[in-house]
Design a protein around this ligand. Structure first.
Ligand code: FAD
Ligand code: SF4
Ligand code: SF4
Length: 413
């Protein structure tokens, strides 16, 4: 709405309205990524919730893509802004206020930049933003946040198998959950939240923990209504130990699904370049399984996997990957703590494959994914910059082009 059109509204509609950026407390997993990302110090938290400072937020949108759950992508049209204390007190977002008209002057400042003013209804705005956050063009449309903390889905554990060698220091589990009646539709690359039972020492509910889905959309081993997770037991960690100790038959509450951009292209001609360490392999197992199912449709796209772990014994799915034919996935497995061999990280392997990679990165059919521990991205980026420089290419230009086309994705935790 332009200022002229606003002026022409009937008096009853002329409530000066602003658009306020808010965080959904039912979806937020309290990971702090947004607070770390915001260049303006626009996000704060207490023991309960994360909140956006209305007077500080410029609507730059920089916190949106890094948020792993989409909890941050909410805008409400308000006649007066919700305070931080109000946001801290919420168990869920308040309902959108109906019948408000946007004051174009305020909207221009407060609407995040991906959405052009004049503004649209907030729900449409959120939708528009999710599209602009650039999933692969051929990806299926995901369902997100269908189950929130106050109304989670219930699943039953149907398998819990140790993936790493018993003698290894690392305990990583392949855990399969079954939902009733197909209630939890997922796409490869999405994740879900696990609701820890009980409360902390102060009587507060535990934060939901997020886990990548390691199975394809059709379910684990073709079983409908199931998802697989790849869970590493973290020493002293609350949720990972709870999950790793769950017996078959146990019941568990689940939120999500999360993730609208780290998705697999459906295009069978797409080349998928995957770089990961440890449990970061989880979404890529889902990608590989999906591509195996699509093989009947003669996928011409290549799958390439660069995957690092400390030792072969500590690498989840090592034998599964080694048994796959190269026609399914070209994999480069490397180890950083071999007792009697070189200590190799994925960056080293990326540099060693410079010729193949520089050609692939110039191909508009190539989609690039990184998943694993925080901090991994930088080493991978530096290696790719070197690979490109050797071939006379500009990595930053290539990366930005891929990112805006929905072909560059990073998920680290
Ligand atoms: C997008 C995304 C995807 C993810 N995917 C996966 C996945 O596929 N697989 C996977 O295994 N994980 C995944 N994670 C990580 C996962 O969500 C959890 O963070 C992880 O399992 C640890 O949770 P926890 O409850 O076990 O540990 P927490 O209880 O949260 O503890 C975390 C750390 O703090 C330490 N700590 C806890 N309490 C104390 C204390 N009182 N004093 C000192 N130190 C303490 C713990 O020792 C541990 O090192 C993902 C995270 C994100 C954001
Ligand atoms: S889930 Fe999103 S909104 Fe919540 S703390 Fe993490 S980044 Fe912020
Ligand atoms: S939109 Fe920009 S200013 Fe506002 S909270 Fe997000 S990163 Fe901070």
């Amino acid at each position: 709405m332009t200022a002229t059109a606003f002026a022409a509204l009937p008096v009853s509609s002329k409530v000066a309205v602003m658009r306020q950026h808010l965080i959904d407390p039912e979806v937020c997993i309290r990971c702090n990524t947004c607070e770390e990302t915001c260049p303006h110090g626009g996000i704060v938290h207490n023991d309960d919730n994360y909140a956006v400072l209305f007077d500080v937020c410029t609507g730059c949108g920089k916190c949106l893509d890094p948020c792993p759950t989409g909890a941050i992508a909410n805008w409400h049209d308000v006649s007066s802004a919700y305070s931080v204390d109000e946001q801290f007190s919420w168990a869920q977002l308040p309902a959108q206020q109906a019948g408000l008209a946007i004051d174009a002057t305020n909207a221009a400042r407060l609407v995040p930049s991906p959405i052009e003013p004049p503004v649209v209804a907030a729900s449409e705005a959120t939708e528009a933003l999710m599209v602009k956050a650039a999933a692969p063009a051929s990806a299926s449309r995901p369902v997100v946040n269908a189950f929130k903390r106050n109304q989670p889905a219930t699943a039953t554990v149907v398998a819990n198998v140790q993936l790493t060698a018993a003698a290894s220091d690392t305990d990583v589990r392949h855990i399969v959950l079954r939902f009733a009646d197909g209630v939890f539709p997922v796409l490869e690359g999405q994740s879900l939240g696990i609701v820890m039972p009980g409360t902390d020492d102060h009587g507060k509910r535990h934060a939901v923990r997020q886990y990548s889905i390691a199975s394809p959309r059709s379910g684990e081993a073709g079983e409908p209504n199931t998802v697989a997770l790849t869970v590493k037991r973290v020493p002293g960690g609350l949720c990972s130990n709870h999950l790793c100790d769950l017996p078959v038959g146990a019941s568990i509450e689940v939120t999500g699904p999360f993730g609208a951009t780290f998705l697999m292209p459906n295009d069978p001609a797409a080349h998928i370049l995957m770089v990961c360490s440890g449990t970061g392999v989880a979404p890529f197992r889902g990608f590989i399984e999906r591509r195996r199912q699509m093989a009947a449709e003669s996928s011409s796209g290549k799958l390439l996997l660069f995957y690092g772990a400390q030792t072969p014994q500590a690498m989840p799915y090592a034998s599964y990957l080694e048994e796959l034919p190269a026609a399914t996935v070209l994999r480069d497995l490397c180890y950083s703590r071999l007792a009697d061999g070189p200590k190799t990280h994925v960056q080293h392997r990326i540099r060693a494959s410079a010729a193949v990679l520089s050609a692939l990165l110039c191909d508009d059919l190539t989609h690039f994914y990184v998943c694993g521990l925080k901090g991994m991205e930088q080493g991978v980026e530096e290696a790719l910059a070197e690979v490109c420089a050797t071939a006379g290419l500009d990595w930053l230009r290539i990366r930005d082009r891929m990112r805006s086309a929905g072909r560059y994705h990073v998920e680290t935790y």
